[in-house]
Design a protein around this ligand. Structure first.
Ligand SMILES: O=C(O)CCC(=O)C(=O)O
Length: 274
């Protein structure tokens, strides 16, 4: 596998709880991803809305097993898996928990409450948050205007914070968020299409509604080590070692949208809406 991350990047991730990699995917790759994602009927049939507290809606489709479609080739690409392998604690095989296509449409796309991904995943009874990570790939530019992700730098070091329901979402205790913000920096993660944001499962993050005329689409792939067994999760994808594909596969392959039979999560079965 290629050595995609240097020591400085690994140290930044460990200190800050996140790492931005500009142009992780090139223009052609991200164009293909955008084209396929926006034309993909199977994705739109399997997308559901998550309401924020003001009733604005964020649309997402979530699936577990990465296939040979354009998304699966991205999730399984050597550059993604190798980067994640460098950042996760432990040395067991890298597996894929799930991926989500986040569709925050112009004017209607809703906010996401402050949360840690492990605030959701704890309920699946994974024991090791340091063995779980998310990679967000910007499919369109993400900025303050269209509700880019915000993170609290270094908050992953606080450990898991209590979460409760916040409308249809799960939100971290506001008291602890307020305490975190007394000393830790709030960062707006503005990304260009093709950039990656890699973040720790305990990093506090949120996003505001998209009040602009520009949609914000992104894909988030979440990974887990095979050693981190969930005791309350029906999908086994998160403990099946990933079969990586060469980085070139995304562009060279004829493959396009996701298969009809992909193991999507439906809103009804999504107890935590993740
Ligand atoms: O895409 C967003 O605005 C937020 C997504 C998010 O926080 C998540 O999926 O954990």
């Amino acid at each position: 596998m290629n050595n995609v991350l240097n020591a400085e990047q690994i140290a930044a991730y460990n200190n800050d709880g996140y790492l931005i990699i500009p142009r992780f995917f090139n223009e052609q790759e991200v164009e293909k991803l955008y084209y396929v994602a926006t034309e993909d009927d199977t994705i739109s049939k399997n997308s559901y809305d998550v309401n924020d507290q003001s009733g604005k809606k964020s649309k997402l489709a979530l699936w577990f097993t990465p296939g040979d479609d354009v998304y699966g080739l991205l999730t399984r690409s050597e550059r993604m898996v190798n980067a994640v392998d460098k950042l996760l604690d432990g040395d067991a095989a890298v597996c894929h928990f799930h991926s989500k296509l986040m569709q925050k449409e112009s004017r209607v796309g809703g906010a996401w409450e402050w949360h840690q991904d492990y605030g959701y995943w704890y309920k699946n009874e994974f024991l090791y948050p340091d063995q779980m990570i998310s990679v967000m790939i910007a499919i369109t530019d993400a900025n303050k205007q269209n509700g880019c992700l915000q993170v609290i730098k270094g908050s992953h070091k606080m450990g898991r914070i209590e979460h409760g329901f916040a409308g249809e979402q799960v939100g971290a205790s506001q008291h602890y968020v307020d305490l975190a913000l007394k000393t830790m920096e709030l960062v707006y993660v503005e990304l260009k299409a093709g950039d990656a944001l890699i973040f720790h499962s305990n990093l506090l993050h949120r996003s505001e509604a998209n009040l602009s005329d520009n949609a914000r689409w992104s894909m988030i792939s979440c990974y887990n080590r095979q050693s981190n067994i969930p005791y309350n999760e029906s999908s086994t994808s998160c403990i099946v070692p990933l079969e990586t594909v060469p980085d070139e596969a995304l562009l060279n392959s004829e493959t396009t949208g996701i298969a009809e039979g992909a193991d999507f999560l439906s809103k009804e079965t999504d107890v935590s809406l993740k």
